[in-house]
Design a protein around this ligand. Sequence first.
Ligand SMILES: Nc1nc2c(ncn2[C@@H]2O[C@H](COP(=O)(O)OP(=O)(O)O)[C@@H](O)[C@H]2O)c(=O)[nH]1
Ligand SMILES: [Mg+2]
Length: 238
Amino acid sequence: MPEREEKGFSRIKELESINLATDEIRDQVIQTKKEVEKDNKKLAEQLNRKFKSHKIKSYDIVGAIGAGKTAILERITEKLGLNYRILVICGDITTRVDANRIEKHNAETIQINTGRECALNAYHIHQIIKNKDLNDYDIVFIENVGNLICPSEFILGTDKRMVIVSITEGEWVIEKHPMLFKMSDIAVINKIDLLERLGTNLDKMINDAKKINPNIDVITTSAKKGQNIDKLMELMGL
Ligand SMILES: Nc1nc2c(ncn2[C@@H]2O[C@H](COP(=O)(O)OP(=O)(O)O)[C@@H](O)[C@H]2O)c(=O)[nH]1
Ligand SMILES: [Mg+2]
């Protein structure tokens, strides 16, 4: 990537400062935010072209902390790990816990610790991918930082985005977070093994997702019991 472009994209990393804006610099900050979003989109498009030119299937997996993102990735990688070359990029504030869990299932893992940032952005992914030979992979999964709000601002250049919620988050969780559902291709409602005990209104969750985004595929799963994981993989095109 030319040096000037690289420098421009590095602006994406400066987003943190926006939260600290005072009234006097509000306009300037909003302008910076717009530029950051533009840079992110451009870089994400570049990444998508790279994935496509190497025939890599790519997925951005978003959802709150504890929804079951890693558990579902474990289920998928344990099914595919022996036959496909898989790279899993895990985003988290600190620790390598998720990467260590997934690594056991024959997938290469990279953990990105974002510090105070509440979502991965295309620049993070670019920094990883630029050091990789993409001929070495068939599938790239990105587990985003656990958060139902921030990831909606940053696309990562993947073919599909999958949002995972669980019934333990309550039946209002989808209605309250429309942005991520608008921007996702697949909605997974996980932990249905607990449905009887919790009595969560699953129909409302499914209807809310469809109302927010009529094009979204909705699937209910239990990562714990392995329920509907094959169907989910079908929806993902795997
Ligand atoms: N009962 C039940 N527990 C689950 C299920 N999926 C994940 N969990 C548990 O929920 C917790 C959080 O899961 P994790 O995969 O770390 O969520 P993440 O933060 O979204 O990656 C862990 O204790 C998992 O074992 C499920 O389908 N059913
Ligand atoms: Mg996780």
